[in-house]
Design a protein around this ligand. Structure first.
Ligand SMILES: Cc1cc2nc3c(=O)[nH]c(=O)nc-3n(C[C@H](O)[C@H](O)[C@H](O)COP(=O)(O)OP(=O)(O)OC[C@H]3O[C@@H](n4cnc5c(N)ncnc54)[C@H](O)[C@@H]3O)c2cc1C
Length: 536
C-alpha cells in the first residue's frame, strides 16, 4: 500500500473550479441531470463540470446538504414511514455527532478542516451534524456549485426518451412550494438530458421488521427516521429494536439526561446480546446506566402494551422505536425493470461496480449506493469516473462483460455467506473476512477483529479509488487513525469521540494537515464547543 501525500487545501483557499485543464472536445460534452443535492450529488456535479459537462442538479428541498440539512419536522402522520416515498427526507436526530473523523471525510482537494474561532462552527474531530452541513455549504461556495443547483425541484419521473435516435433521458420535475412542501402540479416540466446521475440518498425510507402483533399494538411506534429529540419520551419505558449505530445513539440520548424511565434494546446480534462475547463498549454502557437493559429479539407484541421477548421475558412499554435501517428507493425511476430493488429494499441491481446498470450505461448511473465508505471522499472518485465515462475519456466494458461481473460479484458474496442486507457494503468476498463484515457496525465488533475489518474496508474502497479515479491515495496516518478509532468505539462508545490518544505518526500527519503547532488538539472538545453544539 503506497503512502502518497495528497496536496492539501484548506477550506478557505480560493479555487476557480469550472473545467479541468485537460478537457475532452466539445463534441464529447454531455448535458447531465443530477437528482439530489446531498453529498453525493454535489460532489458528482463538481466532477461532471470539471470534465466539461453541462450540469443541472435538481433538489427537492430548499437548500443543499441532504441528510445533513437537519429538519425538526417529522413524518408525523406516518411515524413508521410506511408510505413511500416519505415526505420528510432527513432522518438526522438533533444529537447526531459524526462517527467518522473529519480528517477522513473531505474531498481530496478540499479538506474538512476545523474552523477554530468562527462563530457557530464546531471544530471537534467528530462534530455535530450542523458542521457537516456547513462544510458542504463551504464546498458549494468554493467551487461555485450552486450555479448548477435548482432548489425546490422534485424529480418525479426519469425514463428513457424512446423517440430519440441516440439514447437520451426524459426528466420530469415539479416545483415544490418551499413553505408547505407541497408539489405545485401546474409547474411540472419535462426536459431531455444526455445522461442522468441518480444521487437521491438511501437513509430516508424506513425498513421495518415483521413482528407478530405490530399492527394491534396501540401505543406509540415509530421508526428512527422520525426520532429527533428525547423530550417526548420523558418518564416512558422505551423499547429500541436493533443494535446498530442509531439504536446506540438514541439509547444514550434517552438515558443520558433524556429522562426516559427505562430503555430496552432488543437485538439479535450475538456480540451485542450474548454476555460471553459482548463488546467492552456494550458492557460499559450497561454498567454506566442502570435504566438501560438488553433483550433478545421481540417474540410478539400485545395490544395492551406488553412486549414479549424471545427468551420469554416481558415488559409493558410506552413506545417502540424501530432502529432497523433504510430501504433503497427510487420512486421516480422508470427503467422498465432494467434496474430493480429486491423485496427487502437492500439490493439495487444490476449495477456494475454499484454504479452503472449495464443495459442503460452510461446514460444512467448512481452515486452513493455503496455503504461503509468515507464520504464525500469516496463520492469524488465515483463522480469522477462517471464524468470520464460520459466524456469518452474512459470506456466501460461491453454490456455482457459488465453483467457477468455483476453476477460473479453477487455469487461470490453469496457463497461467502454475506447476507443480502450487506449487498452494497463495500468489502471483499474472502470467506475468512466475511464473518467480520457482519460485525462492521462499530458497536458490535470484537476488538481482535478490528484490524481485519479495517483492512477489509480499505481494500475494496482503495481498489475502486485506484481503478477509477487516478487521484492520489489517502495518507497512511489517516488509515491508522481509522483503525485506532474503530478500536476506541469497540472499547467505549460513550467516550471515543473525545479521547486524546493519537499515536505519534497520527499526530505528525495531523500537524501537516492542519498546519498547526503540536499543542493544538483540534478534536478535543472544550466546554464552550460542547455547549455550542448542544444548543444547535
Ligand atoms: C442519523 C444518521 C447519521 C449518520 N451519520 C453518519 C456519519 O457519522 N458519517 C457518515 O459518513 N455518514 C453518516 N450518515 C450517512 C449520510 O447520510 C451519508 O453519509 C450521506 O449524507 C449520503 O449522501 P447522499 O447525497 O447519498 O444522500 P442524502 O444526503 O440523503 O442526499 C440526497 C438528496 O437527494 C434529494 N432528493 C431525493 N429525492 C429527490 C427527488 N425525487 N428529486 C429531487 N431531489 C431529491 C434529497 O432531498 C437530498 O437532498 C448518517 C445518516 C443518518 C440518517
Amino acid at each position: 500500500m503506497s503512502d502518497s501525500t495528497t496536496s492539501i487545501h484548506s477550506s478557505s483557499t480560493t479555487t476557480m473550479d469550472t473545467v479541468s485543464d485537460d478537457v475532452p472536445p466539445e463534441s464529447k460534452k454531455k448535458n447531465v441531470c443530477v437528482v439530489g443535492a446531498g453529498m453525493a450529488g454535489l460532489t458528482a456535479a463538481r466532477e461532471l463540470r470539471r470534465e466539461g459537462h453541462a450540469v443541472t442538479v435538481m433538489e427537492q428541498r430548499g437548500d443543499v446538504g441532504g441528510q445533513w440539512l437537519y429538519d425538526p419536522c417529522t413524518d408525523a402522520g406516518d411515524p413508521l414511514g410506511t408510505a413511500a416515498p416519505v415526505r420528510v427526507h432527513s432522518s438526522m436526530y438533533a444529537s447526531v455527532r459524526l462517527l467518522s473523523p473529519r480528517e477522513c471525510m473531505g474531498v481530496s482537494d478540499f479538506q474538512f478542516l476545523p474552523k477554530h474561532g468562527v462563530p457557530g462552527r464546531d471544530p471537534r474531530r467528530f462534530p455535530g451534524h450542523r458542521e457537516v452541513f456547513f462544510y458542504l455549504k463551504d464546498f458549494c461556495d468554493e467551487f461555485r456549485v450552486m450555479e448548477m443547483v435548482r432548489l425546490n425541484t422534485r424529480v418525479v419521473r426519469v425514463a428513457m426518451a424512446s423517440d430519440e435516435v441516440v439514447a437520451r433521458w426524459k426528466v420530469r420535475s415539479v416545483r415544490v412550494d418551499p413553505e408547505t412542501g407541497e408539489e405545485e402540479e401546474e409547474e411540472e416540466e419535462e426536459e431531455v438530458f444526455d445522461a442522468v446521475v441518480v444521487a437521491n440518498g438511501h437513509y430516508s425510507q424506513p425498513r421495518l421488521p415483521t413482528i407478530t402483533g405490530m399492527r394491534e399494538w396501540r401505543r406509540r411506534q415509530l421508526h428512527s427516521h422520525s426520532y429527533r429529540v428525547p423530550d417526548a419520551f420523558r418518564g416512558e419505558a422505551v423499547v429500541l429494536v436493533g443494535s446498530g449505530d442509531s439504536a446506540m445513539d438514541i439509547a444514550l440520548d434517552l438515558v443520558s439526561g433524556g429522562g426516559a424511565k427505562s430503555v430496552h434494546i432488543s437485538a439479535n446480534t450475538p456480540v451485542v446480546v450474548d454476555d460471553k462475547i459482548m463488546t467492552p463498549a456494550m458492557r460499559k454502557m450497561l454498567a454506566n446506566h442502570a435504566d438501560l437493559h438488553l433483550h433478545p429479539q421481540i417474540h410478539r407484541l400485545h395490544e395492551d402494551g406488553t412486549v414479549i421477548f424471545a427468551d420469554g421475558s416481558h415488559l409493558v412499554a410506552d413506545s417502540i422505536i424501530y432502529c432497523t435501517g433504510y430501504r433503497y428507493s427510487f420512486p421516480f425511476l422508470d427503467t422498465g425493470g432494467a434496474v430493480a430493488i429486491d423485496e427487502d429494499g437492500c439490493r439495487v441491481g444490476p449495477l456494475f461496480e454499484h454504479t452503472f446498470p449495464p443495459a442503460l450505461a452510461p446514460g444512467l448511473s448512481f452515486v452513493g449506493v455503496q455503504k461503509k465508505v468515507f464520504v464525500p471522499w469516496f463520492f469524488e472518485a465515483q463522480g469522477r469516473w462517471i464524468a470520464r465515462v460520459l466524456s469518452g475519456r474512459t470506456n466501460l466494458p461491453p454490456v455482457e462483460e459488465m453483467m457477468t461481473a455483476v453476477e460473479e460479484y453477487r455469487r461470490a458474496r453469496e457463497v461467502a455467506g454475506v447476507p443480502a442486507k450487506y449487498a452494497h457494503d463495500i468489502g471483499g468476498v474472502n470467506p475468512s473476512v466475511c464473518s467480520n463484515l457482519m460485525m462492521i457496525t462499530a458497536s458490535s465488533c470484537q476488538e481482535e477483529e478490528c484490524d481485519l475489518v479495517c483492512l477489509f474496508f480499505d481494500q475494496e474502497t482503495y481498489e475502486f479509488w485506484d481503478k477509477y479515479s487516478e487521484l492520489p491515495r489517502r495518507e497512511e496516518w489517516k488509515r491508522e487513525l481509522t483503525r485506532a478509532i474503530l478500536r476506541d468505539i469497540i472499547d467505549d462508545r460513550e467516550t471515543f469521540r473525545d479521547l486524546d490518544n493519537d499515536s505519534d505518526s497520527v499526530r505528525q500527519g495531523l500537524q501537516t494537515w492542519l498546519g498547526l503547532s503540536s499543542d493544538d488538539a483540534p478534536h478535543q472538545a472544550t466546554a464552550e464547543q460542547e455547549q455550542a453544539h448542544n444548543v444547535q
